[in-house]
Design a protein around this ligand. Structure first.
Ligand code: 4NP
Length: 136
């Protein structure tokens, strides 16, 4: 039943670079483990500038390079989200990073290497978050 699912909202500033990537990587991770049915996931931004926009091409390129599909459009977080979601990863997703790198840094004004770093980090965090939830 839908309301028994663990709901997770990934949040960043614009919802075009980091949180769509985190959502895509987490979706891909749970799909590979046949655990998708446990979850409802989404992503949002705290800012409104990019509402309706597809992810930044550098996020898409980095995900594609790793065969992770991305298919989202930006939206802004709402008050309702705070009632709807069990986990809102405004709490730092990086807290789950086994390498202890707590901050998933804003890659927007940098090069593609920042996106690759984000990708590696959200991949580690996805695995560790699943372990934290006891979903292995
Ligand atoms: P995101 O990256 O928060 O990871 O989506 C950013 C996207 C847009 C801007 C900053 C960061 N911006 O300044 O428009």
């Amino acid at each position: 039943m839908a309301d028994q699912k663990i709901s997770v909202l990934f949040v960043c500033l614009g919802n075009i670079c980091r949180s769509p990537m985190a959502e895509a990587v987490f979706a891909h991770t749970i799909k590979l483990k046949s655990k998708s049915h446990f979850f409802r996931i989404d992503s949002a931004g705290t800012g409104e500038w990019h509402v309706g926009a597809p992810p930044d091409p550098r996020s898409v390129k980095t995900c594609k390079k790793h065969n992770v599909p991305v298919n989202t459009f930006a939206r802004q977080i709402t008050k309702g989200d705070f009632h709807e979601f069990d986990y809102i990863l405004l709490k730092l997703f990086g807290d789950y990073d086994p390498e202890g790198d707590r901050y998933i840094r804003d890659p927007y004004y940098g090069g593609i290497d920042g996106f690759e770093k984000n990708f590696q980090q959200v991949t580690r965090c996805s695995e560790a978050f699943l372990l934290h939830l006891n979903i292995i």
